[in-house]
Design a protein around this ligand. Sequence first.
Ligand SMILES: Cc1cc2nc3c(=O)[nH]c(=O)nc-3n(C[C@H](O)[C@H](O)[C@H](O)COP(=O)(O)OP(=O)(O)OC[C@H]3O[C@@H](n4cnc5c(N)ncnc54)[C@H](O)[C@@H]3O)c2cc1C
Length: 548
Amino acid sequence: MPDTLVNAAERKATATDTFDAIVIGAGIAGLYQLYRLREMGLSVRVFETGSGVGGTWYWNRYPGARFDSESYTYGYAFSEELLKEWNWSEHFSSQPENLRYLDHVADRFDLRRDIQFNSRVIAADWNEAALRWHVTLDSGESFAARFLITCVGPLSAYTMPRIPGVEDFKGQSFHTYKWPHEKVNFAGKRVAVIGTGATGVQVIQTIAPECGSLTVFQRTPNWCTPLHNRPITDEEQVKIKANYPAMFELLRRTPGCYIHDTDPRGTFEVSEQEREAFWEKLYSEPGFGIWMANFRDVLTEPKANALFSEFVARKIRQRVKDPATAEMLIPKCHGFGTRRVPQETRFYEAFNLPHVKLVDTRETPIERITETGIKTSDADYDFDMIIYATGFDAITGAFDRIEFRGVGGERLRDHWADGPKTYLGLMSAGFPNMLTIVGPHNASTRCNIPRCIEQNVEWVSDLMRYAKARGIARLETTKEAEADWSRHIEELAAGMLYTQVDSWATGINSNVEGKTVRRILQYQGGAPQYRAKCAEVADGGYVGMVLR
Ligand SMILES: Cc1cc2nc3c(=O)[nH]c(=O)nc-3n(C[C@H](O)[C@H](O)[C@H](O)COP(=O)(O)OP(=O)(O)OC[C@H]3O[C@@H](n4cnc5c(N)ncnc54)[C@H](O)[C@@H]3O)c2cc1C
């Protein structure tokens, strides 16, 4: 190894605290990044807040947590042996199985020995003289590394609602992300769920039959469509494995790396009968096809979007017996697919159960949490348990929770104060040697995430290899490249209906101070185009970056 990376002698002298690379987070991204860097012979330490690997699937243990990507499209693609030996049991497998899979990956590739658990990174400071990052943990320990790679997760900074009295409640209460590891019993209990996003939907439909009573507090209804999950038969298992090469090839071509690809037809280019039949078919099929494989203009043309939204509204009216409840469950302020589409299994039917009640918090706002329950503007509800399905400070939240200080002590939070500024969504000017896997502005959060994570990690690993081979100790993007990329991101999003809607994808979160201005946080050009851009940068000798 050249002495441009932390050299062997130095590593020996400070073996416990200096590494070639520090990785923050041991989810899908962190595990794979560790695997790749170690393969290159670099010394790596991963710091992880949790006590185990798995990220999303370590934390979100709430009842009903499961994939909305087809399981076999979500697993890692990098190891043929892993693909061969792992059998997914369901088309959309649940959290316990997903976590078992990631535990298996960690064991199979002997990853745990380089991961320090129960270790939250609170700060990272760039030292220009030493060309190193100094990383501080919540324990007070500190470590140094030439490269810092963040794998902190797009949905890992959970948010509690800003409602007074949260601390006063005397019953059981849980945020879905911080779900206990022990089994929670709902039988006979009076349960409240606050939130009806993708997580709320999964919880509600799962626990509704068990609870004594269930009251759902909804601020914004979502357009939910059927998941149609089922077990994978032995015969299907064989076919899935035989088809892996062709499937991954397909995933490389589709914009979101799903098995679902946009239908090239426009909504109004077909007859009414043909349109209805197509939409009925999509509604009866599993997964995100209804969102990703719909007519090409459903997410861009207001008229097409309104017509399809009306189709889904009809379905909701058919499935929910009480017309007033059905109307409350139909979104009125945003069209289908402009916010993340929760996939459901008998979610709407849950509201037909006599002990399930829906409260519209726009009509009757929650005023406070009390010792015994929830007080709205028109009623006092008593509960044994409150479940906060109130989501995340998405995409940038986990970054904001770490004090990153780059060149001259500039804080990343300040650099991104008016919205993220990045190059390829993988780095920012003024923060040398820091790479951001699944960062803002990259394609991953519009993606079947592991597919984009693999691309991000492989690109970064190639960059590390390039640096190692050429004795490069410092790499940074230029302000110009950063400005160009940030402008490109804005241009790609123009015309997308989702940009006109408040949601986590546009950076709005009323539970987080200052997250009130819509931002373009995602790359909208599709994963194939993003991949091509990244390849172009690398093939050109890392254009837009200064390497020395
Ligand atoms: C309930 C749920 C279901 C989902 N289902 C799907 C799906 O079906 N398909 C899909 O494509 N995506 C899905 N997602 C998105 C999901 O986040 C990604 O699939 C994927 O898990 C992201 O992997 P990651 O490694 O980037 O982040 P994560 O899995 O979130 O891992 C990040 C890790 O970083 C750690 N960390 C963060 N900050 C620090 C710090 N300061 N110090 C130390 N450690 C830190 C966290 O503890 C966490 O373990 C889902 C998300 C949720 C919440």
